[in-house]
Design a protein around this ligand. Structure first.
Ligand code: M6R
Length: 611
């Protein structure tokens, strides 16, 4: 949610800023802008629309040669997307320019205060207040004025700050939004995401909560809120990500590239945790005694990560036999969760930066629970603040619609369920062995599904003009339908809802009419006949059915469904890993056929760092 970038060095700032913004455009894409400083003058260029609008605008400009600058790609919170509301925001004196990721909750009272002091505002944003407040305190010492201004801010903010009177530095501030500092030869950088820095450096420093960094071309000095200098060489880390994984390769869209990467990343996620037929979590050193006293598990997450959590609940309750509640993080944090030391809170997050999930984590810790997070991004805030972290090995996920990270989360949830069940002696060794074998073969089975992706494209062609769709299933199939429905609406803008099939007749069936598309998932053998009855009910009311099931049910399903896609007959427990794939592919092709912006769907952003 918004990406910020900054450069200071002996080279040219602007090309670096634009390249970095391109890598972070997935974080927000309704407008973008840059500010550069040269000869004690700040020049700002900003444009509503995609980054290419800014790049085009810059082509016609007489550009300053400059070696310091900041940039921003926006996901609007305060004020609609427009040139004026785009970042950077500059103070009325023209001295201070700011880029911001986050939300300033007390901006109205600060704005009133500054207005009384004679400041005028031109945008609707909360960020403009920050620039003016720093300007208000500025007396020739940028660090001092930033420290004073920040002490008055409430909310979340990663900031990049530029000052025309002090062109030898940029200042970075972090609270509840990610901010990374990179260091290079005679130049240093800031960014919201490591990916923006990889073309220049792999040596990075993660700015910690409430700290402020003064970044010059040849030095980085970090201050804690008590103004004490903190950083040391030991706090830098090397990132060994493959730059290629941040490119589209031969694919037209990141979403399809990431769908096709699933066998590889699942295999990476799983194989490192299975040795000699046993499950190991080197990254998760939890005491057996603690597990024995466990009375309840909460899974807390947002969006697709929460959908993965619902799969986790079904499997954990079955295997571990402990009550598991799945809560949306945005709800969990404001209710009265019944938590104590015998509760384990599992936070699931691809980015590790989702504001609501992070807040839920903090609340659970405050109430005494231990927190285990399942996270994809190393060193992210959720990973940092958890008692235990299990990393998925999905690699950088760039399409806004998650696919491979969700699939890796499922595999970790399976392994974790088996691991805990085994520790608590709730699973026989035969069953454990059988499950481990199944999980080890998931990536091969997914390959089989992916090899038939053209079949799904043909099915998507039939239904591309549909305006709404229902996803129905029972038990684990229902959990996967939740993800299928989210995927479809997110990328193709077809309105869709997921229902537990048995629930349809309690209300939603009134929406079924001639031609309504119903996507049905039937992988749970015990529930197959119940599902068939539900399908007859919707068919009797005119629904067109697209069913996903296994070959063994061919005879029955072909009599009732208009379209069928067969997945390999695999395992009732771990079927979600296979059954979600056709939904991902169907969503992708539906979006493609409807000319949607697949990797950057409207109104969305990849990493949701505001409440
Ligand atoms: O980074 P996180 O996993 O915490 O993100 C949670 C959701 O914002 C995310 O899963 C979102 O729902 C995806 N766009 C769905 O495809």
């Amino acid at each position: 949610m918004c990406g910020i970038i900054g450069y200071i060095g002996a080279g040219e700032a602007l090309p670096f800023l634009l390249k970095g913004l391109e890598k972070m455009e997935y974080r927000g894409y309704d407008s973008s802008g840059v500010a550069v400083v040269s000869e004690n003058k700040i020049k700002v260029y900003k444009k509503c629309g995609r980054l290419k609008e800014l790049e085009n605008a810059l082509k016609n400009e007489e550009l300053l040669e400059c070696s310091a600058g900041i940039g921003h790609t926006r996901w609007a919170t305060h004020g609609k997307p427009s040139d004026i509301n785009s970042h950077p925001h500059t103070s009325k004196s023209g001295k201070i320019s700011v880029v911001h990721n986050g939300i300033i909750e007390n901006y109205i009272s600060l704005k009133n205060f500054l207005t009384q002091e004679g400041y005028k505002f031109i945008s609707d944003t909360d960020t403009e207040v920050i620039a003016q407040l720093i300007d208000f305190y500025y007396n020739g010492d940028l660090l001092d004025s930033v420290q004073k201004a920040v002490s008055r801010l409430e909310g979340s903010y990663a900031l990049g700050i530029l000052c025309s009177d002090e062109p030898d530095k940029i200042i970075a501030v972090k609270k509840d939004s990610p901010l990374i500092i990179g260091t290079g030869e005679n130049e240093n950088y800031i960014a919201s995401d490591v990916m923006a820095l990889l073309l220049r450096t792999r040596k990075i420093y993660r700015l910690q909560e409430n700290n402020i960094a003064v970044i010059k071309k040849d030095s980085i000095t970090v201050y804690n809120p008590a103004k004490k200098v903190l950083n040391s060489e030991n706090d830098f880390e090397f990132v060994n990500w493959d730059i290629e994984s941040t490119n589209k390769g031969n694919y037209e869209h990141f979403m399809m590239k990431e769908i096709m990467e699933q066998p590889t990343v699942i295999s990476k996620t799983v194989s490192s945790r299975i040795k000699n037929g046993e499950i190991y979590f080197d990254d998760f050193d939890i005491a057996d005694e603690y597990l024995k006293n466990l009375s309840k598990i909460y899974i807390v997450a947002c969006g697709s990560a929460a959908n993965a959590g619902v799969v986790g609940k079904y499997i954990m309750e079955k295997l571990i036999k402990i009550p598991v509640e799945v809560e949306l993080a945005s709800e969990f944090r404001y209710k009265t969760p019944l938590i104590d030391e015998s509760t384990l809170l599992i936070v699931i997050s691809q980015s590790g930066e989702t504001a609501d999930s992070l807040a839920a984590l903090r609340e659970a810790k405050r109430l005494g629970a231990k927190v285990l997070s399942i996270v994809n991004v190393k060193g992210s805030s959720i990973a940092n603040e958890s008692d235990y972290v299990i990393y998925t090995s999905a690699g950088p996920e760039i399409a806004v619609a998650t696919t491979k990270a969700y699939s890796c989360q499922l595999c970790i949830l399976y392994l974790l369920s088996l691991f805990i069940a085994n520790k608590l002696n709730r699973i026989s060794s035969d069953k454990l062995y059988e499950c481990i074998n199944k999980i080890s073969s998931i990536s091969d089975k997914i390959e089989e599904v992916l090899s038939k992706k053209d079949e799904i494209m043909e099915i998507a062609k039939k239904y591309k003009d549909t305006e709404y769709a229902f996803f129905i299933g029972r038990n684990l199939d229902y959990a996967v339908c939740m993800e299928g429905s989210l995927k479809l609406k997110e990328v193709s803008y077809i309105h869709s809802e997921a229902y537990a099939a048995g629930e349809l007749k309690h209300g939603p069936i009134s929406l079924i009419e001639n031609g309504t598309l119903v996507l049905a998932l039937l992988t749970q053998d015990k529930l197959f006949d119940k599902m068939i009855s539900n399908l007859r009910e919707v068919k009797a009311r005119g629904a067109k059915i697209f069913a996903i099931t296994t070959d063994i049910h061919k005879d029955k399903i072909s009599q009732i469904a208009e379209s069928v896609f067969y997945i390999p007959d695999f395992s009732n427990e771990f079927s979600p890993s296979l059954s979600v794939i056709p939904f991902q592919i169907f969503s992708y092709y539906s979006a493609l056929l409807r000319n949607c912006d697949i990797d950057k769907p409207r109104n969305l952003a990849k990493s949701v760092t505001v409440e």
